[in-house]
Design a protein around this ligand. Structure first.
Ligand code: HEM
Length: 371
């Protein structure tokens, strides 16, 4: 009796150890099942960024907004339905998060090249964020699975706001298991991209820790009322991964209140100064913190699902036993490729991207100005 319970315990321990190992993300997760997956993602990201330079910034931000809401599980991609509480209309995302069509295109191309849906939407977000930077590179840990749910309320509560002071930002990141160094390094993501007038109006009219010439310049395109969606770049070189975001903070030219909070007499001042003059250290820390952020509560093993359409929740009628990356839905209303074809026309990118790019003309003008 004693020996059989010992054996049972032993098996239990072995199983849980195997489970732990299985649950971890790994760099080679798709190497055997679909070696073409990562180059395909890179190709689609590069095409999209070539078509519209701001898209790199937008893809980076999508991964961040995904990870901060119940972990990196692609919950941000789910559309509203009677059972899905979409995060797309949460305050930080509504009329602001962009790049969803590029993720659709990646998923379409990757499933095509892999022959079936083996790559999760959550992993696509992580890899696209990496490939979009034209900056530091690192091996992106993979093996995340996709959520079956989303939460607008959690998105409203957990994505930091541009009106936060340093203690609130530190607290916000801490809740995600990220420390002050991660906060400063990851905020360096604002070396890319743009913000709308409504997010920095209060700062340029009311903050005191702001360079007065910079404030007046920004006021020209962001009046006291109206023009809420007018854009300003988050640093002077919105298409370049450089340290200007940080040198700008040192000169009190942070665009968002939350940006300047990182250099405003608090404990993060020193690190901002370091990054402002040392792109190499910033790049290294940024890469490390991106890996840390990408590890926030991933679904692994047999948790969650691998979506066929990144915008849609559970579509399965039957599942087979999970098997590393091959854990994919079997029946999705016909073959996976025909299911895809119904949601994605032959070449969705040309149609979809072209349709969506026009509102960003203003941002493209900035790139011309900055060049
Ligand atoms: C520290 C707290 C953060 C706050 C309060 C914040 C807030 C914001 C806001 C308000 C915008 C402008 C959105 C708009 O006007 O539509 C923005 C843009 C952006 N954020 Fe953050 N952010 C934070 C951290 C991060 C992190 C950690 C990353 C990535 C690692 C990131 C990447 C970006 C990028 C790339 C853009 C430009 C997006 C585009 O041009 O489409 N942000 N952020």
């Amino acid at each position: 009796m004693a020996s059989s319970s010992f054996l049972f315990l032993h098996v239990l321990v072995m199983l849980s150890l195997a489970r732990m190992a299985f649950s971890d993300l790994s760099n080679d997760f798709y190497d055997d099942v679909c070696p073409e997956a990562l180059p395909t993602i890179k190709q689609v990201v590069e095409d999209a960024v070539r078509q519209e330079r701001r898209m790199g910034a937008s893809l980076l931000r999508l991964h961040f907004h995904d990870c901060f809401v119940n972990g990196c599980d692609a919950s941000i991609l789910l559309d509203q339905t009677s059972t899905i509480d979409s995060e797309k209309t949460a305050r930080a995302n509504n009329n602001s998060a962009r790049g969803f069509e590029v993720i659709d295109k990646i998923k379409f191309e990757v499933d095509k090249v892999c022959g079936r849906p083996v790559i999760s939407c959550a992993d696509i977000l992580a890899v696209a964020a990496h490939d979009s930077l034209h900056g530091p590179t690192w091996e992106v840990p993979l093996g995340r699975r996709d959520s079956t749910t989303a939460s607008r309320t959690t998105a409203n509560n957990d994505i930091p706001t541009p009106f936060m002071d340093l203690p609130a930002l530190i607290d916000n990141f801490k809740k995600q298991g990220l420390d002050e160094e991660d906060l400063v390094a990851l905020s360096g993501g604002h070396t890319l991209g743009f913000a709308q007038c409504s997010t920095f109006r209060n700062r340029i009219y009311n903050d005191t820790n702001i360079d007065s010439t910079f404030a007046s310049q920004r006021q020209e395109n962001c009046p006291r009322s109206g023009s809420d969606s007018n854009l300003a770049s988050l640093d002077p070189t919105p298409a370049l991964f450089d340290s200007k975001y940080f040198s700008n903070l040192v000169s009190k030219k942070g665009l968002l209140h939350s940006d300047q909070a990182l250099f405003s007499g608090g404990e993060t001042d020193e690190l901002v100064k370091t990054y402002s003059t040392n792109l190499r250290i910033f790049s290294k820390d940024f890469a490390e913190s991106m890996i840390k952020m990408g590890n926030i509560k991933p679904l692994t093993g047999n948790q969650g699902q691998i979506r066929v359409d990144c915008r849609k929740g559970p579509q399965l009628t039957r599942r087979r036993r999970p098997q590393k990356a091959f854990d994919a839905p079997l029946h999705i209303g016909g073959s996976s490729s025909s299911a895809h074809a119904s949601t994605h026309p032959q070449d969705p990118l040309s149609a979809v991207l072209k349709a969506k790019i026009s509102p960003v003309k203003a941002a493209e003008d900035f790139y011309v100005d900055a060049a």
